[in-house]
Structures are given as structure tokens and as C-alpha cells.
Design a protein around this ligand. Structure first.
Ligand code: GDP
Length: 582
């Protein structure tokens, strides 16, 4: 009897973690004293009709041409009538010019604002799903203050009005099903986007493409689970065309393809995280190579001390910078050099502080997404230009590349060369030593670039363009070689198109972690099916179906459809970001 194995857990089972929750934890969060909510048909908790109407200044405080005050909740019409007495309610979603008046009449009856644009968005077709009013008032601080002070005076005892909490408009939009959790996150991200690439990433995420994809996958898993469970319930009583083993194998084929698809999404999400969190770049080289000079050139200011004295940079100098629209964290570090045997009066022996600086530099390089190796040109005593390829630097760079960092090489101080043909020789030597393509090796001169105008005299701009090319390749979506391989019955073909795979760059770390958890359950399912089939036994259908349920639950948790506590956690984190638009 299949049912008897219900409580057996599959190999590699990691448990459901926080996916098992009670509805109570959800309602504990939403049932705060000032608010009352009821459950909607969709299983979400919606503000009830008795709930407060909220208002807030949705534009930044301070003097401006206009300021937008937003109101959401059941008292919108009442508020409009109090502020615009005798004037008809504007047509839904159309702007109307109105004078706003204090609901408590003053003897002189000077309007709060003589010419405001008023918009009314009736429920449910509004940003929050409730009735929403927008007042676009003149942006003088006194006018804004007067309007904000007048709003609570429009309240009647049956419909309280209060200032919104941070993110409360968005929270209501989520609770009323106007936004799902991924869209709420993306909205929070768009408000914090600092660079062009972040803007592009986050704006893409505000659509519902990602959620749609997760939902398709979840439906696929639920369908497969349903088939398996039907087999559990009825196979002894009714004739089924497939045996449990056959059915499990055909589901396993689908699961395998889904796993490949999710794997691509996880890899893309990790690439997207570089845009989200910034790309860390380490400047690695021997002392006096010109690392600080290059950092200062890039930053356009004296961020690091430039000196002929070796070992001046001991600690790491970090600067945050927007390079070609990419958020970057650039680190100038101690120059690497090997310790010479200390002799009396030897100025070149490494001191403990410098040693520590070198240790930190190597560590930072190993943790960086991009390592820029800087090798200087130096004239020898015959006046011949030589490339100083320090073995310690090359060894460290090779280790970083082997661990997944991207490499670029800068040959600095080319102003010291008289024969530029040497560059080609050096480039092919470096290509051989570091297995780095020639188009990632950049000859520059910080000295020529400093203070000079004209068409990129030190070729630093050409280097930066090359570096941005490296960023582009690191952060573009993983290409799918053969989309036919990923075609899964039940999943629309466009779900595996390269355009849509671009969307997965916008998946947050939270999505990635849940996708990874989902993969673990899918692997457990496959293990269950494969082992039993190899051992020529019947697969344990109950356990296999349970793995699919757990995998589907991970996907539900991403969009907030799950009954788990993730929703509370995510909303808490996201709403903390909202200052404007609350
Ligand atoms: P770091 O120790 O690698 O950070 O090197 P610095 O940036 O402090 O530079 C060391 C010395 O090299 C300083 O005297 C710089 O002025 C000099 N320097 C830096 N870049 C160039 C360059 O392109 N050409 C020449 N000739 N000197 C440079």
C-alpha cells in the first residue's frame, strides 16, 4: 500500500524550513491595532470597509513647482466633497482643476490652494485597489502643510483618516492583489536605482514577466503532482494506462528540463546581482606600478596618495563609482612584492605593516569580480624599456582567474617607451602567461593622461571602454544554445526565449535562494524516481509527489502566493526602503 510510506523522507531531504507556517503568523503581522482586515477570496488579507483612509505627501518634501498628495481608502469621496464643496467629482482617471478649501470654514475663506489638479481613481482600478485621490497642489511648503493639515479634519467618526506609514500604499496594493511580491520588490529597487544599468534592470522587473514564469513552473509541478496523487488514490481501484514507474519516469523527463531552465535562471540572477550590488574591481600590481595614479584618473580626484616611494598604500582604498552605467567598487591596494632576506639597513625588507597590506591585497583580489593587473614599463640602466612582470603578481592573478574572477591587464607608463613595436611582443607574452585575450590588455600612460586634454592622450579612456565591455559580458543573460532542448510541454515556448531569459537578470537574491531550494526538492524527486527504477522497484510515489509539492511551494513563496512567513519578512524589508510615495 503506497499510503503507508507517507512519512518516509527522501534522501537528501532538507526539510521545508520556513515554508510550514500557520495563517496566524500572517494575520499577526497584518492585524495591527489601528487596522482591521478580512480575508479575501484569493487568500490574501485585504483592508476592510471600516479601515482607515490614509494620506501622504508622495513627492519629496521642500519647495517645488508642484507637490502630490495622495489619499487612499473608503473616505476618498467624502474628503473630496469636504475640500471641493459644490464641485462635481472629476471623471475617473481624468484631471480636473479645483480650488481646495478648508473643511472647517474660516471667516475670510481663503482657499488652501486656488488651482490644484485633482484626480480620482475609483476602486478597484487604482494603484492600491482602493478609492484613490490625488491632489497636485502648488509646491510651496505652506500650501503643502495647509493641505496636509486639512485632510484629517475631513474625517467623520465612521471613516478615520490618518497619515500613511512608510510603504503603506504599496502594502495595500499587495494585499489587494494589485502587485505581487516580486513587483513590490522591483518597485523598492527602482526607488534605489543609482546607475543606468540598475535602472534598466529594475524597471524591467516592475512588469509581471518573472512572476508569470514562476507561476507557469509552479502550475507544471502541481499538475505533475496531481497526476501522481491520482495514481496513489485510484490505481488499485481503476485501470491506469501507465504503471507508477512509467508515470514517474515521464514526469521525471519534465522535471529534468525544468531543472535546466531554473539553473539558467539562477545563473542569470547571479549575473543580475552584479548590477544590483555593484562590481568589485581590484587593482593588483607591484609597488610603483601606478595603481594609485590610475585610481585617481578614474575617480577624477586625488582619492589615493601617489608617490615614488614603494609601499605607500598599505590599507585598501575603496571608491564607489559609476563606470559606463555600472555601479563599481574600485580598490587600490598595497603593491605585491616578495620579501628579500633582511640585511642590516635594508630599506627593501618587508615590514610587518606592509606584509599585512599585501595579505589583505591578495585576499581582496581573490574576492573581486574583476582583477585589473597593472604592470609598469621601466627603463633599465641601458635606457631600454622593460615590462616589469612581477612573478608574485602574475601568480596571484592566475589564482584569481582560476577561481572565477575576470582578468584585465594594464601596461602602464608607456610614455617610457620609444619603440611601440615592443608592445606587441609583451602582449603576446602576457597572452601566453595568463591565457588572457589580447583585447583585454590595455597599454596606457597615467602620466600622459594627467591634466592633458585632447583625444585620450594616455589611452585611459580606451581602457575604461574595454573594461565596460568586460562588465557587459559578465552581466548579460546566459544564452540558451538550443531552445528545443528546453521545450517543456505545458510551458509556453516564449518562456525559454532569450528575450525573456533577460528578465531573469532582475531576479533578486531572495528569488535565487528560493530557486536553489526548489532545485534541491526537484533533485530529491529525481533521486527517488531514478534509484527505485535502477533497483527495479516501484518508486515511492507518495514521497515523490511530496518533493514536487515542496518544490512548487518554493516558487509560490517567491511571488507571495505561499502561506508562508516569507511574505511578512519580505514586505518588512521592502517597505523599509520606501520614504517617498508612502
Ligand atoms: P602605486 O604604488 O602602484 O600606487 O603607484 P603610484 O600611482 O603611487 O605611482 C608611482 C610613481 O609612478 C609615481 O611617481 C607616479 O607619478 C609614477 N607614475 C604613475 N603613472 C605613470 C606613468 O604613466 N608614467 C610615468 N612616467 N610615471 C608614472
Amino acid at each position: 500500500m503506497l499510503r503507508s510510506s507517507f512519512y518516509r523522507l527522501p534522501r537528501g531531504w532538507k526539510g521545508f524550513g520556513s515554508s510550514i507556517t500557520t495563517p496566524l503568523s500572517y494575520s499577526q503581522w497584518v492585524l495591527r491595532p489601528a487596522l482591521s482586515y478580512h480575508s479575501s477570496a484569493a487568500g490574501r488579507v485585504c483592508p476592510s470597509a471600516e479601515d482607515s483612509t490614509i494620506y501622504a505627501l508622495s513627492t519629496a518634501p521642500g519647495r517645488a513647482a508642484i507637490a502630490v498628495v495622495r489619499v487612499s481608502g473608503p473616505a476618498c469621496v467624502e474628503i473630496y466633497r469636504a475640500l471641493c464643496p459644490g464641485k462635481p467629482l472629476p471623471k475617473p482617471r481624468s484631471a480636473a482643476l479645483r480650488s481646495l478649501h478648508d473643511p472647517v470654514r474660516t471667516p475670510d475663506d481663503v482657499p488652501l490652494d486656488a488651482g490644484s489638479l485633482v484626480l480620482f481613481f475609483p476602486s478597484p482600478r487604482s494603484v492600491t485597489g482602493e478609492d484613490v485621490l490625488e491632489f497636485h497642489v502648488h509646491g510651496g511648503p505652506a500650501i503643502v502643510k495647509a493641505v496636509l493639515q486639512a485632510l484629517p479634519r475631513c474625517a467623520s467618526s465612521s471613516s478615520p483618516i490618518r497619515y500613511a506609514e512608510p510603504g503603506e500604499f504599496t502594502r495595500r496594493a499587495f494585499l489587494n492583489g494589485r502587485l505581487d511580491l516580486t513587483q513590490v520588490e522591483a518597485l523598492g529597487d527602482t526607488l534605489s536605482a543609482a546607475t543606468e544599468q540598475q535602472r534598466r534592470l529594475f524597471v524591467r522587473g516592475t512588469g509581471n514577466q518573472l512572476s508569470k514564469r514562476y507561476e507557469e513552473w509552479r502550475q507544471l509541478l502541481l499538475h505533475a503532482r496531481g497526476e501522481l496523487e491520482a495514481l496513489i488514490d485510484f490505481h488499485e481501484d481503476q485501470h491506469f494506462g501507465e504503471s507508477p514507474a512509467q508515470l514517474a519516469i515521464s514526469v521525471a523527463h519534465q522535471v529534468l528540463k525544468l531543472k535546466r531552465l531554473i539553473d539558467i535562471h539562477i545563473r542569470n540572477a547571479m549575473r543580475g546581482e552584479l548590477l544590483r550590488n555593484g562590481i568589485s574591481i581590484a587593482l593588483l600590481g607591484p609597488p610603483n606600478a601606478g595603481k594609485s595614479s590610475l585610481l585617481n584618473q578614474i575617480a577624477g580626484r586625488e582619492a589615493a596618495i601617489v608617490s615614488q616611494e614603494a609601499g605607500t598604500t598599505r590599507d585598501i582604498v575603496d571608491i564607489g563609482i559609476d563606470l559606463g552605467g555600472y555601479l563599481c567598487k574600485l580598490a587600490d591596494m598595497a603593491g605585491l612584492r616578495q620579501s628579500t632576506a633582511p640585511q642590516q639597513g635594508d630599506m627593501d625588507a618587508l615590514g610587518s605593516v606592509e606584509k599585512e597590506g599585501i595579505r589583505r591585497a591578495k585576499l581582496r583580489a581573490s574576492e573581486s569580480d574583476v582583477v585589473v593587473v597593472i604592470l609598469p614599463v621601466k627603463r633599465d640602466h641601458n635606457g631600454e624599456a622593460r615590462l616589469m612582470t612581477d612573478s608574485e603578481v602574475l601568480r596571484t592573478a592566475a589564482t584569481c582567474a582560476a577561481n572565477g574572477s575576470e582578468l584585465a591587464v594594464v601596461i602602464n607608463k608607456i610614455d617610457q617607451m620609444s619603440d611601440s613595436a615592443l608592445l606587441e611582443v609583451w602582449i603576446s607574452e602576457l597572452h601566453a602567461k595568463l591565457a588572457i585575450p589580447p583585447d583585454r590588455i590595455f597599454p596606457i600612460s597615467c602620466k600622459s593622461a594627467a591634466g592633458a586634454s585632447g583625444d585620450d592622450p594616455g589611452r585611459v579612456q580606451a581602457f575604461l571602454r574595454g573594461l565596460v565591455g568586460v562588465f557587459r559580458s559578465m552581466t548579460s543573460a546566459v544564452d540558451v544554445d538550443s531552445q528545443a532542448d528546453l521545450a517543456i510541454p505545458g510551458i509556453p515556448a516564449q518562456s525559454v526565449s532569450n528575450t525573456l531569459l533577460q528578465e531573469s537578470l532582475g531576479a533578486s537574491e531572495r528569488h535565487r535562494l528560493l530557486l536553489q531550494e526548489c532545485m534541491i526538492h526537484l533533485e530529491s524527486f529525481l533521486e527517488q524516481v531514478e534509484t527505485e527504477v535502477h533497483e527495479e522497484g516501484e518508486p515511492d510515489i507518495v514521497v515523490a509527489a511530496e518533493c514536487l509539492r515542496a518544490a512548487a511551494d518554493c516558487l509560490a513563496r517567491i511571488t507571495g502566493r505561499g502561506t508562508s512567513g516569507d511574505v511578512e519578512e519580505v514586505l518588512g524589508v521592502v517597505f523599509e526602503k520606501f520614504c517617498v510615495g508612502k
